[in-house]
Design a protein around this ligand. Structure first.
Ligand code: AGP
Length: 606
């Protein structure tokens, strides 16, 4: 996601835009830019790098003096972080800033190129600027209406037309946008923090509404061009809270962003109801040609790989080996050009994963990166890259990045299984549709936050915990255990439920919490048997399973009831309570949830 702002009023617009953007850098910070009317002419300054780089550039090359302008801080989705890909993007007569993803930009770009337009960037946004120019015949509102009737995807747009000085237009669909109302000044912004220094009053803009900022005022018009009165909201957040969108911590915000993160990640990769990874160069034929697949990553990213392993092997019957990168690098892996190595990394900068990628390339294997940060080292060096679109993940404990990583693995598994003719087209469509509906399922599970908080209150004095499961549930228990350890500092261990009786069950004492994950229905009864073994020895059992499943008192002390989807997709709803339990345990222990001790968000050293 990115941050956009706009300002009309009597202040130094460049100063206001920079200050406002600084409050949105949590939304993206790989490049920044502004466009300001100076003496009725639009002047643009933009650069790769943080906002500070833009301010230095303005001071070095000349401040832009005016009272009306738009600004942008970027989280790259299309086109690597660079000067040319940074916003604002412009045509001869239009300058815009954009937050969102235009899913049909390639088709529109081809149309515009055939009509004489030339492009300088790799972004989807530049296409919108040129389409607005194409439709502009002197009426900005009409050009905007025609443009938004053609573009598909999500957008919040700040727009300026060179023939309409000191005026800003804005429109949105799916991406957030507010309209700040001050004393003889008005704003547009992606989020409340951007305006709090100047005003707490704002409108919420709805899809299809167009706002016009001019002479310090904001007018909102419906799709028929009729002026409409908007309800005035007043922010009661302080600045820091506002950057977290009103959530107490970035981690909780990011857990709650998971439905949107998954939707934004998978939507552009589903074409006519089927998985479509062609954008990264991965064709069905290429995918079907691999002898085996290796997944290499660290920490939570490796746990996402474990889910990928189970799903790919179950559906496509292609062998998948999962390694932690720090081990893979030194075990002299047996790879060939017929193998695919998938490296997974939120940051794209983890040293062990980067070196594992380089080793794989030296050996001659094909490499595919699943990365959240555009233009990161791993993304640049892999043969192919699939970007997740989770937006910046600020909290050290990874949640939404994990969720979108497994979502990508599902798409890979479905496409590979179909390519291998291991599943029919009908089955592939059914699974893809089920995945497409998963954001709503996550939203349902998020409503169990209070129960998770209550369960967390029972864990805060625990010395040790076990997380157990079978199959996909075992992969999930690893992620649940890591989440708890890294932010609550309570030791826990994930264990294959069927393996407990071979030694580890000796650890179980009276009152020891055990989190049992049982979503795989063919393994349900066996997991219940294992849970009864620990319950019989005094464990306090937290049982995570389907809502419809009856759980007797000799099995569980607490039941977390999940909505039912295909077993193969159950890791998605099942991981959410594990994230929330870890989060609330950390909060109740008074820990620094977003910055836990000893950890860093990206481990760029060995
Ligand atoms: C996850 O909660 C941890 N912060 C950590 O395990 C992380 O997943 C690991 O360091 C890998 O980071 P990456 O995804 O940026 O490569």
């Amino acid at each position: 996601m990115c941050g956009i702002v706009g300002y009309v009023g009597n202040k130094d617009c460049t100063r206001v835009l920079l200050d406002s953007l600084s409050k949105l850098e949590y939304r993206g910070y790989d490049s920044a830019g502004i466009a300001v009317f100076e003496n009725s002419k639009i002047k643009i300054s933009k650069t790769k790098g943080r906002l500070a780089s833009l301010e230095q550039k303005l001071k070095r090359e000349g401040w832009i003096n005016g009272c009306c302008g738009i600004g942008h801080t970027r989280w790259a989705t299309h086109g690597e972080p660079s000067d040319v890909n940074s916003h604002p993007h412009a045509s001869a007569r239009v300058s815009i800033v954009h937050n969102g993803i235009i899913e049909n930009y390639q088709k529109i770009k081809s149309f515009l190129e055939n009509n004489g337009y030339e492009f300088e960037s790799q972004t989807d946004t530049e296409t919108v600027a040129k389409l607005l120019d194409f439709y502009f015949d002197g009426d900005p509102i009409k050009a905007i209406r025609q443009t938004i009737s053609e573009i598909e995807g999500s957008y919040a747009l700040g727009i300026m037309f060179s023939e309409f000085p000191d005026t800003i237009y804005a429109v949105r669909k799916d991406s957030p946008l507010i309209v700040g109302i001050g004393e003889n000044e008005a704003f547009i912004a992606s989020d409340v923090p951007a305006i709090l220094k100047y005003t707490r009053n704002y409108y919420l803009l709805e899809h299809d509404e167009i706002v016009v900022l001019k002479d310090g005022k904001a007018g909102v018009f419906d799709k028929h061009g009729v002026h409409i009165e908007k309800e005035l909201h007043t922010a009661d957040w302080d600045m820091e809270a506002a950057e977290k969108g009103g959530y107490a911590h970035f981690m909780l915000k990011e857990i709650n962003e998971q439905p949107t993160a998954v939707k934004t990640t998978i939507s552009p990769r589903i074409t006519d109801g089927m998985p479509d990874l062609s954008e990264c160069g991965m064709t069905k034929e290429r995918l079907a040609g691999y002898r085996s697949i290796y997944v290499v990553a660290c920490g939570t990213a490796m746990h996402a790989g474990l889910v990928g392993k189970y799903v790919i092997e179950q559906l496509a019957r292609v062998p998948v080996t999962v390694d932690v990168a720090s081990e893979f690098r030194y075990r002299n892996p047996i790879l060939s050009a017929e193998d695919l190595v998938i490296v997974v990394s939120q940051s794209g900068e983890t040293a062990d994963t980067l070196e594992a990628l380089r080793l794989s390339k030296r050996i001659g294997a094909q490499t595919l990166a699943i990365v959240n940060v555009k233009g990161s080292s791993i993304a640049r060096e892999a043969d192919m890259v699939i970007y997740t679109h989770a937006g910046p993940e600020i909290s050290v404990a990874s949640t939404k990045a994990y969720m979108v990583q497994i979502a990508v693995f599902y798409l890979i598994a479905f496409e590979l299984a179909y390519a291998k003719e291991a599943i029919t087209e009908e089955e592939c469509r059914r699974l893809t549709a089920a995945l497409n509906g998963i954001p709503e399922i996550i939203s349902v599970v998020l409503q169990q936050a209070e129960q998770c908080k209550y369960i967390a209150s029972k864990l805060i004095n625990a010395g040790n915990l076990l997380y157990i499961g079978r199959g996909l549930d075992y992969a999930l228990s690893m992620e649940g255990s890591l989440k708890l350890k890294e932010i609550s500092y309570i030791h826990s261990e994930s264990y294959a439920a069927g393996e407990l009786k071979h030694g580890t069950i000796s650890l179980v004492t009276n009152g020891m919490p055990v989190v049992a994950v049982a979503t795989q229905r063919e393994l349900f009864d066996k997991t219940v048997s294992n849970v009864k073994e620990v319950k019989a020895r005094g464990a306090t059992v937290i049982f995570v399973t389907h809502a419809y499943k009856t759980v007797e008192s000799d099995v569980a002390d607490f039941k977390i009831a999940l909505p039912t989807v295909d077993d193969i997709l159950m890791p998605i709803p099942a991981v959410v309570p594990l994230q929330l339990i870890a989060y609330y345990t950390s909060v109740l222990k008074g820990n620094d949830v977003d910055k836990p001790r000893n950890l860093a968000k990206s481990v760029t050293v060995e």
